[in-house]
Design a protein around this ligand. Structure first.
Ligand code: AMP
Ligand code: MG
Length: 266
């Protein structure tokens, strides 16, 4: 047991101190059973959030290539009604997006009241890949942490609860997953030679992640470090975090109009 999922805001986060293969002392069958229950509860809670139509939930998923961002969306979000759920995958910015502030494309994608939004990558790329590949000057990316914190504050004060999950895999597990993509022809579409170039920058990414997670771990939008070497454990933890978050939000069906008991539809 006993590996924290989150760190007190202000304290340094060092990912090397977190075990990516942690399993919370559970086995696969136990974890899968609880995940299934959580997903069923998420269905009910997200439906209430939609009916209430006052607040929103935003899940931000970050992680190295193969960390399982797509997998989480496929496995855990099945319980959420597509009517009130949008997934946004952030890729390399377009020319138009680059002509705006880095938060422009992000702000347009945040969930509306009643909705659950999922970000597959996010504005954090603007202090990760952008830093590692020196796509902007140092002073620019360094000033972004504060702007990210302010942006997330604007969202939370407007009624959006933000859950940020870093899917933590080890370097050896990434090697296995990339190799599996090469070995299985049905998985080859997921492989890009560029993934190998990125893998060579593992340590640089680790440093950038340590900083991003530390500097943007706030009371209003904390980071969770989710051990993700075991997919079943990753799904369990994310489903639990979402369930607990929505239970705390406790969305309510809106008040009904008066006098409905007397009405009979003819
Ligand atoms: P994938 O998630 O495999 O579809 O790849 C998306 C790619 O877009 C990744 O290599 C990201 O690093 C890249 N990307 C996402 N956001 C940005 C950004 N703001 N600047 C540069 N590259 C980005
Ligand atoms: Mg990729």
């Amino acid at each position: 047991m006993g590996q924290p999922l989150s760190v007190e805001p202000g304290k340094k986060i060092r990912l090397d101190e977190f075990d990516p293969a942690h399993t919370s002392g559970l086995d696969k069958a136990q974890a899968a059973a609880e995940t299934q229950q959580n997903v069923a509860v998420l269905d009910e809670l997200s439906y209430r959030l939609y009916a209430e139509n006052k607040r929103a939930l935003l899940l931000i998923l970050q992680g190295m290539d193969t960390a399982g961002k797509d997998g989480v969306i496929r496995k855990v979000m099945t319980g959420i009604d597509p009517v009130s759920c949008q997934v946004t995958s952030f890729k390399q910015p377009s020319v138009e997006e680059l002509d705006h502030d880095f938060l422009w494309r992000v702000h347009r994608a945040v969930p509306a009241r009643g909705d659950v939004g999922i970000f597959n990558r996010s504005h954090y790329e603007d202090v990760l890949v952008v830093r590692v590949h020196k796509l902007v000057r140092e002073g620019e990316w360094k000033s972004r942490y504060e702007r990210i914190n302010e942006f997330e504050k604007i969202l939370t004060e407007g009624g959006t609860t933000i859950v940020k999950c870093y899917l933590h895999i080890g370097k050896e597990e990434q090697r296995r997953r990339l190799q599996a993509r090469l070995d299985d022809r049905k998985k080859r579409w997921k492989f890009s030679k560029n993934d190998l170039a990125e893998r060579k920058l593992w340590d640089k990414y680790r440093e950038a992640y340590d900083d991003a997670l530390t500097k943007c771990n706030t009371e209003h939008a904390p980071w969770y470090v989710v051990p993700a070497d075991h997919k079943w454990h990753r799904d369990l933890i994310i489903s639990r975090i979402l369930r607990e978050t929505l239970e705390q939000m406790d969305p309510r069906y809106p008040d009904e109009e008066e006098g409905l008991d007397q009405i009979v539809v003819e």
